[in-house]
Design a protein around this ligand. Structure first.
Ligand code: TAP
Length: 452
């Protein structure tokens, strides 16, 4: 069986890719299981060297990877270069981890007690279509660093860069079976990662709905799981903020990657005393967003991933929703959607409560600090958030009170390879990236040696 891969900017078929069945998935898991015993025995320094070579191979291939992502996912060329560079950086950072997986020596009576960080074995990684390269690397790089082998399933819609990363890993010298890409359907390949007993951990990034099914499936075997799920993050603008900067950057915080970003600040909460002024500043900033051919160096926003997804996003603009203003987008082939700013009629409107995963942002007023925190937390999600204020005490109070895994003050930064990333509440379980990234792919083993 095969699947056709579509360019979302043109709706043209760009490739045909194999869709693995159950037998092919089992064969890949079996190869990974067999490779695991040798890979965990590779000296930490040698594993580090191989990961650095993999990083260098990605760097040498960066432009090709980026152009592949432009064609496959409709990402702007600037973003796609950043994404390929992020894979390189995560690999370099992870290459520092094998030699830093420290155990401990614990004082006890009658002997010596030591702990070890043991690799799990085979890790199954399930990746969504919105950031195919970085999200894959956040799982596979630390998993490999910790001595695990990896089977990785890219999204059916966006498999091309993952396939290329698999080739680069082999060219860099990673042994056969250590890092395999298995293309195919989530309900077949991804589901098999959940049920196959040789897969010891599943890393899933995607919708909260499927994440819950993965978690329930993993519970059958008490299988380890990391979940990176949806978000409905707030961008909170206080009256004492630099309003010009807050308004100029707000479009980037939600329309980047056409809003198909789990960290998108898709609710802008603005203190009532500056609400009208903020909207006046936001309108030209939204209209200035350059939407179009993602291969053009000056483009800031590309298309949505598919026709079906565009239809889903459009469904959030209900008859009662007031569209305050929009940007522009091309007509014709491709799955285009203009940046859209809405003023919801009620806090229970779907556009306020559900993840749109498209270029639509709801702007809401709040009265004071307590009200801002209440509205920001009035969601089942808790992934990211921004707050804009010139009062450092308020910045600390509010960032501690907002229930989200990643907050930024006077900035919209969400992800750095050296800091932990993940969600509160229904945005996920566990953390990726940062100094503990490899530890999440190990079990702690305690050994007592009697001396008396
Ligand atoms: P999903 O439909 O959840 O798909 C994600 C991945 O899971 C795809 O590879 C999909 O395979 C696979 N899958 C689907 N059903 C499965 C099943 N029953 N068992 C195992 N695997 C299965 O999400 P999506 O539409 O690709 O991505 C959008 C969502 O992901 C948004 O809600 C977004 O917030 C979330 N997301 C979260 C994050 C983080 S870091 N928190 C990052 C990116 C995206 P197919 O190829 O068959 O579709």
């Amino acid at each position: 069986m095969t699947t056709q891969v579509i360019n979302p900017a043109t709706a043209a078929v760009v490739a045909t890719v194999e869709a693995a069945d159950l037998a092919a998935t089992d064969a890949a898991i079996d190869r990974a299981r067999r490779a695991a015993a040798d890979w965990r025995a590779v000296a930490p320094g040698d594993r580090a060297r191989l990961l650095r070579r993999f990083a260098e191979a990605v760097d040498a291939d960066l432009e090709r990877l980026a152009r592949l992502e432009v064609r496959n996912a409709g990402h702007t060329i600037g973003n796609a270069r950043w994404e390929a560079g992020n894979v390189r950086d995560v690999l370099h950072y992870s290459a520092g981890l094998p030699e830093r997986l420290l155990g401990s020596q614990i004082p006890v009576a009658g002997g010596v007690d030591i702990t070890f960080c043991e690799p799990l074995g085979v890790v199954g990684i399930i990746v969504p279509w919105n950031f195919p390269m970085p999200i894959a690397a956040w799982g596979f790089a630390p998993a490999l660093a910790a001595g695990n082998t990896v089977v990785l399933k890219p999204a059916e819609l966006t498999p091309l860069t993952a396939i290329r990363l698999g080739e680069l890993a082999r060219e860099a010298g990673l042994p056969e079976g250590v890092f395999q890409i298995v293309t195919g359907k989530g309900s077949v390949v991804g589901q098999r990662f959940v049920t196959h007993p040789a897969v010891r951990k599943v890393v899933f990034t995607g919708s909260t709905e499927v994440g819950k099914q993965i978690m329930a499936g993993c519970a059958e075997q008490v299988k380890r799981v990391t979940l990176e799920l949806g978000g409905k993050s707030a961008n909170i603008v206080f009256a004492d903020a630099d309003l010009e900067r807050a308004a100029a950057t707000a479009p980037y915080a939600v329309f980047d990657n056409a809003g198909q970003d789990c960290c998108a600040r898709s609710r802008i909460l603005v203190q009532r005393s500056v609400f009208d002024r903020f909207l006046e500043l936001l309108e030209p900033a939204v209209q200035a967003v350059r939407v179009g051919d993602p291969a053009d160096e000056s483009t800031e926003m590309g298309p949505l991933i598919s026709a079906a997804h565009r239809e889903r996003v459009a469904g959030f603009l209900e008859p009662a929703t007031t569209v305050a203003f929009t940007g522009t987008c091309p007509d014709g082939p491709g799955f285009w959607f203009a940046p859209t700013v809405v003023l919801p009629g009620s806090p229970t409107d779907r556009v306020v409560t559900e993840e749109v995963f498209g270029p639509v942002v709801a702007v809401l007023p709040f009265e004071d600090e307590a009200d801002a925190i209440r509205i920001a937390n009035d969601t089942e999600y808790g992934l990211s958030g921004s707050l804009w204020t010139s009062d450092v005490g308020r910045a600390l109070r509010v960032s501690r009170a907002v229930e989200a895994g990643n907050l930024s003050v006077n900035s919209h930064s969400s992800v750095r390879y050296s800091t932990p990333f993940g969600g509160f509440k229904q945005s996920g379980l566990g953390r990726e990236l940062g100094p503990d990234a490899a530890r999440a792919f190990t079990e702690t083993k305690n050994v007592f040696i009697a001396t008396e």
